[in-house]
Design a protein around this ligand. Structure first.
Ligand code: SF4
Ligand code: SF4
Length: 625
C-alpha cells in the first residue's frame, strides 16, 4: 500500500483493534485455565540443553513430523517455515497500512526478501491445498470428525498466499493493487481471532508445549502429600496437563498407532486429551467433579497397555501416559475403580508379593533345583528374575537359557534369595500404595544383599522390570544400575558363535518397554544375527505394535474387540519367518496364547537368550532348540 489516506489508516486501526481484541477474548480462556491449574511439583527447567535440542529438532526443523509422516509432514513443515518467512513481510504489510513501510520493493534487501517469501508463498499454497484435500477428501479414519473451521482456516491461508503473490505482480500505485492489499489485510485480520478458537491454537502454544514438557518418556509424576491421589478431579490437573490439553492439533497420529483403538476398544488417546480439554473448558481447573465420567471414559482409561505409541508419535509434545496413568491413580487410589480381575491381582500381590499369585517358596525351589548361585556382592551381576522368570514356566526357560549363555561368556552372577514383584503392573494400573510396598521391600532386600549404587549391575530378562527398577524406584531414593539382557549380550556378541549354515529367518518383535521406553532396538537384532537372518515385521522399531500385556492388561481378563496379541501375532506369522524373536517374557506369553488361535502352523517362539543359547549349542554340535 502506498500513501494510505487518513480514512484508510483509521479503518485499519479499528479493524486491527477488533481483530486483536477478539483474539485476546478467546485466547484469554486457555491462558487463564493454565494459570489457575495446579503447579507441577516435580517440574525442572534444567538441564536446558536437551530442551533446546528437542525444540530445534521438533519445532524449528519439524523433524518429528516429517520423520513419522513424510509427505503430510513435509507439507506441514512448508506451512510452518512459510509462516516464519512471512513474519517480516506481514509486519511490513501492517506498517505500510499506516504509511511507514520498512521494506522497499526497490531496495536490495527488500527485493531479495520479497522474492524469497514469494517462493515460500507458492510452497505454502500448494501444501495447504494438499493438506486440505487429505483432511476433507482422503479423510484417514484416525482423523475422526473433521471440524469445518479447519477448512475455513485452510482457505484463509490459501487466500493470504495468493494475494501476496498477486500483490507482487501488480503496480502498487494502481487501484487493483490497493483492492488486493485490502483483501490480504481482511484475510489476515479474520485469521487472527480464529486461531485460539480452533485447533490452530497450537500455532501459538505448541512451541511452549514442546519446550516445557516433562523430561523423560512416559514419566509418572510423584504424588505429593497424603491428599494427592492422582488425577481425580479438576483440582488435580496441573499446568503442564492443561497446556498439553490445549495444544492438541487433532491430527490423530496417536490414534493411528494405538493398539487398543486399532483392535476395536473404546480407548482413543486423542479423545482422552480432548476430553481433558472439554472438562477444563466446561468445568474449570478447580472443579471437584471427577475427571472420569462425562468427559473421559473410565473404561477407556483402563484399556491402555501403556505401550507409549501415542506419546512417541505426538508432534506437539503431549504426554499421554502421565494423564492416562494419572486418571487410573485417581480412580484406584480413591476406590472408584471396581474390577474383579484387577482386584484379584492386587490381592494376590499383597498376599504373595508377586503378580502371578504363587507362593514365594516356589521361587526358592526353582533356584535350588537349578543350582542358581546366590548373589553375595562379589559377582559382576545380580540377576533379577522378576515374576515371570521366577514362576512362569516359559519365563523360567528364558532365565535358564540366559544362565547357560552367561556361563559360556564367563560372566559371574547371582540371584537374590528373595524378590517381590517390582510393582510394574500395579504402578501402571494406578495402585500407588501397593507399588510403594513392593518397591520399598525390594530396595531393602537389594541393600541387604550388598547391592548399592556401586559398579555392580542388575540384569533382567524383562523390560518392564528394567524400567520400573531403573526409573520408577527413583521416587524412593533408589539408584540401581540395571540393564536388559539384550544389552549385555550385544556387548559381548563377539564371544557368541556365528552360525553359518542352516540360518533361519527370524522376525523380531520390538517390546514397547525395550524400544520406545529405553531406545534399545539394535542390540537384540545383533544377538539374533549371530544365529539367523533378522527381519522386521511391517510395524517395527519405534512403530512396533504392542503385544497387549503392558499396563496391567495381562491380568485384566477378556478384552473387548479383537485381542491385541492376536492382531500382532498374525502380523508376525504373516512374514513367513520360521522363528519369532522376542525379548520380553510378557510378549512371549501373549504370543504363545495367540498362536494357539491361528489356523496355520505357528512359527517357533524364542527369546534372544534362547537364541543365544541355541548358537552355543549348535556350535558345540548339540541339538538345537
Ligand atoms: S499408551 Fe498405547 S494403548 Fe495406551 S493410549 Fe497410548 S497408544 Fe493407546
Ligand atoms: S494428542 Fe498429539 S498425536 Fe494425538 S491428536 Fe492430539 S496432537 Fe495429534
Amino acid at each position: 500500500m502506498v500513501h494510505p489516506s487518513w480514512l484508510e489508516i483509521a479503518i485499519l486501526a479499528i479493524l486491527l483493534c477488533i481483530s486483536g481484541s477478539l483474539f485476546w477474548l478467546r485466547f484469554r480462556k486457555p491462558v487463564d485455565v493454565i494459570r489457575r491449574s495446579r503447579d507441577n511439583p516435580d517440574f525442572q527447567l534444567r538441564p536446558l540443553g536437551p530442551r533446546i535440542r528437542q525444540f530445534v529438532w521438533e519445532v524449528m526443523l519439524q523433524g518429528k513430523v516429517i520423520r513419522e509422516r513424510p509427505l503430510p509432514g513435509l507439507a506441514h513443515a512448508f506451512v510452518f517455515w512459510g509462516f516464519c518467512a512471512f513474519a517480516l513481510v506481514t509486519l511490513n504489510h501492517i506498517a505500510a497500512g499506516f504509511g511507514f513501510p520498512f521494506l522497499s520493493r526497490e531496495g536490495g534487501f527488500g527485493k531479495a526478501y520479497f522474492a524469497f517469501v514469494a517462493v515460500w508463498a507458492v510452497a505454502v499454497a500448494v501444501s495447504i491445498a494438499g493438506l486440505a484435500i487429505r483432511r476433507f477428501v482422503a479423510r484417514p479414519i484416525w482423523l475422526g470428525k473433521v471440524a469445518p473451521e479447519s477448512g475455513g482456516i485452510a482457505l484463509l491461508i490459501f487466500i493470504l498466499m495468493i494475494t501476496y503473490l498477486a500483490g507482487l505482480a501488480m503496480d502498487e500505485t494502481t487501484t487493483p493493487a490497493r483492492a488486493n492489499w485490502w483483501l490480504h489485510t481482511f484475510t489476515l485480520l479474520a485469521f487472527l481471532p480464529l486461531i485460539p478458537h480452533t485447533k490452530h491454537l497450537h500455532l501459538v502454544i505448541s512451541p511452549a508445549t514442546v519446550f516445557l514438557r516433562r523430561a523423560g518418556f512416559s514419566k509418572i509424576p510423584p504424588l505429593v502429600g497424603d491428599e494427592d491421589f492422582g488425577l481425580d478431579t479438576g483440582k488435580d490437573v496441573t499446568k503442564l496437563d492443561a497446556l498439553q490439553a490445549y495444544s492438541c492439533v487433532e491430527c490423530g497420529r496417536c490414534t493411528e498407532h494405538c493398539p487398543a483403538y486399532n483392535t476395536g476398544k473404546i480407548l482413543n488417546p486423542k479423545e482422552i486429551i480432548l476430553g481433558l480439554r472439554r472438562y477444563l473448558n466446561e468445568e474449570g481447573p478447580g472443579n471437584e467433579e471427577p475427571l472420569l465420567g462425562k468427559h473421559i471414559s473410565m473404561e477407556a482409561a483402563f484399556q491402555c497397555t501403556t505401550c507409549g505409541a501415542c506419546e512417541f508419535q505426538c508432534p506437539v509434545g503431549i504426554q499421554h501416559l502421565p494423564v492416562i496413568i494419572g486418571l487410573r491413580r485417581g480412580a484406584v487410589n480413591t476406590g472408584k475403580w471396581e474390577d474383579d480381575y484387577g482386584g484379584k491381582m492386587f490381592l494376590a500381590m499383597e498376599r504373595t508379593g508377586n503378580s502371578l499369585g504363587f507362593a514365594s517358596s516356589e521361587r526358592l525351589k526353582f533356584i535350588e533345583k537349578n543350582e542358581l548361585p546366590i548373589y553375595d556382592g562379589t559377582q559382576e551381576y545380580c540377576l533379577w528374575l522378576g515374576c515371570m522368570g521366577s514362576y512362569d514356566p516359559q519365563g523360567r526357560e528364558i532365565v535358564l537359557s540366559l544362565v547357560q549363555v552367561l556361563r559360556h561368556l564367563g560372566v559371574t552372577f547371582g540371584v537374590l534369595r528373595k524378590e517381590k514383584c517390582t510393582g510394574d503392573p500395579v504402578r501402571r494400573l494406578g495402585n500407588d500404595l501397593l507399588f510403594q510396598q513392593m518397591a520399598e521391600a525390594n530396595i531393602e532386600q537389594l541393600k541387604s544383599a550388598n547391592l548399592s549404587a556401586n559398579a555392580t549391575k542388575l540384569l533382567s530378562i524383562c523390560p518392564h522390570c528394567v524400567r520400573t527398577i531403573g526409573e520408577d524406584w527413583k521416587e524412593f531414593g533408589a539408584a540401581f544400575q540395571i540393564e536388559h539382557h539384550s544389552e549385555l549380550l550385544a556387548r559381548m556378541q563377539e564371544k557368541l558363535p556365528q552360525r553359518t549354515d542352516g540360518r533361519e529367518r527370524v522376525v523380531f518383535h520390538d517390546p514397547c518397554y525395550l524400544g520406545r521406553y529405553r531406545g534399545v532396538y539394535d542390540q537384540p537384532r545383533e544377538v539374533i544375527a549371530r544365529w539367523g537372518e533378522v527381519e522386521d515385521p511391517a510395524r517395527a522399531r519405534e512403530r512396533s505394535f504392542c503385544c497387549g500385556a503392558g499396563g496391567g492388561q495381562m491380568f485384566l481378563g477378556e478384552e473387548k474387540g479383537k485381542r491385541v496379541n492376536v492382531e500382532r501375532a498374525t502380523e508376525l506369522a504373516a512374514t513367513g519367518a520360521a522363528v519369532v524373536g522376542t525379548a520380553c517374557p510378557f510378549c512371549q506369553t501373549m504370543f504363545r496364547d495367540a498362536f494357539g488361535t491361528l489356523s496355520q502352523t505357528p512359527p517357533k517362539l524364542l527369546d534372544i537368550a534362547q537364541i543365544a543359547a541355541a548358537s552355543i549349542e549348535s556350535a558345540a554340535g548339540r541339538a538345537m532348540v
